[in-house]
Structures are given as C-alpha cells and as structure tokens.
Design a protein around this ligand. Structure first.
Ligand code: NDP
Ligand code: MG
Length: 388
C-alpha cells in the first residue's frame, strides 16, 4: 500500500518542493492532505493536480473562497488552525510533513507524534519551543521525527556512521546569509530588499530574514540539541558560504563525517519520506570538480549576536526558547511589514529575554503558548514605547 502523506503548508517554499518530490517518487507515495493559510488559489490548483482527500485553510477568512474553488472536486474542506491537528490525527495519514512557518505548527506536530506517526519536520520553530516535549512524546508513542532542515538531515545521515556514544560533536554549517562579511555598523541601515536576497537558498520570507540575522542558526543549534539529544556545548557553527557541506559529525576517534550535496531542499525532503531507503530523486548530482573549492570560516559573533543568544537560551531551558522564538517571530513580522529596522530585530529579542519570564518545571503546551503570547505583547509594547 502507498505511504499516505499530509503536507501541512503545501503552498510554501518547502511545501511546493515536497509536492514535486512526491510526484517523482511515483505510486508508492500518495498525497492525502494539503494546507494553506491564505493562498487558496494555489491550494485549489494543487488539489486539482494531486487529488488529496482533505484540503485545509487555517485562516478562516479564506474558507468560503476555498469551498468555491474546490466545489467540483471530491475533497473534504477543513478550516481553522485546528484543522491541522485533525489532519495529523487522521487514521488516513501515515506521514505528516510539516512545512508551515512559525509556532503555529506546534499543535499539529505534537498531535502527529502522539499518534505515533512519522513526522517529517521542516517547521523548525516547534522543535525550538517544545523540543523536549516533542521528542519525549515521540519516544513514548513510537513515533519517528525525521529532520527536513538540510543541516539536520545531514547530521542524521552522518550519525549513521557510528553510534551515539561515539559522537564527540556536531558541526552545523551556515551560509552566513547576505550580510556574512558585514560589521555591526554596516547592518544598521540594510534594507528589506537586501535582507531578502539570500545568496544561496530561495526560501519563504521569514526564514530568509532569520538567515540574515543568523537567528536561523541559533534555532538550528537548539533544534539539533533536541533531535540528537546533544548538549549545546557539543554543537559548533562553521560558516561555509558555498553551502555544499550541509553539516558534519565528529566522532571520538577524530573522524569527521560530512554530508555533501547541491543546495536543494528536494534531497532532505525525499530522505525524510523514504528513510531508511535511498531512491533516485529529482535533485541534481554534485560536481565537485566544477565547484573547485570549499571554504570554511568562524562566524562573526559580534555582528551576529543571535548565535550567542541561541546557546544561552538552550542552557536556560524552561519556557525561554518559547519567548526567544515568539519575540523573534513578532519582530520579523514587523520588519517584513516595514515598521522596524533590521537591527531592531535582535535588539527587541534581547530586550524581551532580559525581562526574565522563564518558567521551569512541568511545562506543557499551555505554559509554552502563554510564554509565547507574553513575548509577542512585549515586542509590540517596546516598539510602541520607544516609537521604533
Ligand atoms: P513559506 O513562507 O514559503 O511557507 C509557509 C507555509 O505555511 C505556507 O503554506 C503558508 O500558507 C503556511 N502558513 C503561513 N502561516 C501559517 C499559519 N499561521 N498557520 C498555518 N499555516 C501557515 O515558508 P518556508 O516553506 O520557507 O518554510 C516553512 C518552514 O520550514 C519554516 O519553519 C522554515 O523555517 C522551515 N525551513 C524552510 C526551508 C526552506 O528552504 N524554505 C529550509 C529549512 C527549514 P500561505 O502560502 O497560504 O501563506
Ligand atoms: Mg537549515
């Protein structure tokens, strides 16, 4: 029987790629559910092409429009944020590939692991906020969380060269983003347009901004620590502008195993679906002779303060990462809306973390979302108060 896949966030950068990958995988993989937040035109187009059983729109303002657009199709329409949880729990779904953006994807990711499903996770923010909860629930319910984030897919692949006890450290690579060589004063006046011009990857706007601040790498440190049960002290970041080496694992004997491939999300998406098998895919092969050389350098911790924050937040535990993520999510939204400057993003995140809201102990979804809402309010208040 075909593996039945739900793609949450099918209209985004990763979601669209996932549909191409599944198409190429052939009849062994079937698309059962698709979702969008507001782009119902594209969602309806995808539904006509891939014939899922369910389509969901999380922003209910677009529910009527979606119903009209898919009126002639044999598909069930679900609406509202809860619809993603419903899809994750559905007995008709084997693999949940979550490619929605932000904290909004957390309830559906949790529902998938609680049902013991394979969770192919691109949506990194839930792992940042609730990595402990997600990995614990996955273990308890026999679910497997497979990374789609390219660095984590690389680590996951490299880890197969030895056993967990033999790992000395993880080395996460980073492209460095559009401002890799910038000084603090250079980045004061960068524009939204410059920020959205990523040198290597073509991604959604939120993660593109996170790459420019290197907040994305801070999140990936936390993501890796939960996915691979590794203290953050054993996770390093190395800037590698060519983005060919997607990450590395160093073993206790000094051997370093890396995963290399052209920078294209097709491969990590596909591996999360076909694991433990490898199959021929649509990704291009790697021609190292054409690339010629690969370079590596230390990250600039002065310009990219987000990196050090990532380590601090990971060590603090509790609800700190939920605050960290939500403050950033809100600041990035304001930056994308043209309301604040690039440099304000990190300043706002630092200020909100400085307000010390961490709660420890038995932390569930409710506490995490309470911390998330608190941090969002703080950011908006700070913007208002200082008329940024
Ligand atoms: P996009 O912005 O391109 O797509 C986001 C998707 O989520 C869209 O389908 C969007 O719908 C939907 N969405 C937006 N807001 C909500 C919401 N509040 N609730 C539910 N669904 C929502 O993002 P990307 O594809 O770039 O990234 C998706 C996730 O994958 C992120 O967490 C990112 O960090 C991670 N990731 C992305 C990579 C990439 O190459 N792009 C690489 C590694 C990780 P609509 O189109 O209707 O707005
Ligand atoms: Mg990544």
């Amino acid at each position: 029987m075909a593996k039945r896949i739900a793609i949450l966030g099918s209209t985004g950068s990763v979601g669209k790629k996932a549909l191409q990958v599944i198409d190429a995988l052939g009849p062994d993989y079937a698309v059962i559910a698709l979702s969008a937040h507001s782009n119902v035109e594209l969602l309806a187009q995808q539904a006509r092409r891939h014939k899922p059983k369910f389509v969901a729109v999380t922003n209910t303002d677009y529910a009527e429009q979606l119903r009209e657009l898919v009126g002639g199709l044999d598909v069930e329409v679900l609406t509202g944020p809860e619809s993603l949880v419903e899809i994750s729990k559905s007995e008709e779904v084997d693999i949940v590939l979550t490619a929605v953006v932000g904290a909004a994807g957390l309830p559906a990711a949790l529902a998938a692991v609680r049902k013991g499903k394979r969770l192919a996770i691109a949506n990194k923010e839930p792992l940042v906020i609730a990595g402990q909860l997600l990995t614990r629930e996955a273990k308890k319910n026999g679910s497997v969380i497979l990374p789609v984030d390219s660095e984590h897919s690389a680590i996951f692949q490299a880890m197969r060269a030895g056993n967990r006890r033999e790992v000395r450290k993880i080395i996460l690579t980073a492209s460095g983003g559009p401002f890799k060589d910038a000084t603090i004063s250079d980045i004061q006046n960068v524009t939204l347009e410059q920020t959205l011009l990523h040198p290597v990857w073509d991604m959604g706007p939120k993660i593109t901004v996170d790459s420019a601040t290197m907040m994305n790498k801070a999140f990936e440190i936390i993501e890796a620590s939960f996915l691979f049960d590794m203290p953050v002290e054993q996770i390093e970041v190395l800037v590698h502008p060519e983005s060919i080496v997607h990450s590395l694992v160093e073993f206790v004997d000094g051997s370093v195993i890396a995963q290399l491939a052209v920078p294209d999300m097709c491969l990590p998406i596909q591996y999360a679906l076909t694991y433990p098998e490898r199959v021929a895919g649509i990704g291009e092969g790697l021609r190292l002779d054409e690339i010629g050389k690969l370079t590596f350098e230390r990250p600039n911790l002065e310009t990219f303060r987000a990196l050090s924050l990532g380590y601090k937040v990971a060590k603090a535990g509790g609800t700190e990462a939920a605050v960290f993520n939500a403050a950033n999510e809100t600041a990035v939204q304001e930056f994308l809306a043209g309301k604040i400057r690039f440099a304000n993003i990190i300043e706002l995140v630092e200020s909100v973390l400085g307000r010390n809201h961490n709660a420890r102990g038995g932390i569930g979804l409710e506490e995490l979302f309470e911390a998330d809402a608190w941090a969002r309010r703080q950011v908006l208040e700070l913007i208002h108060q200082f008329q940024i």
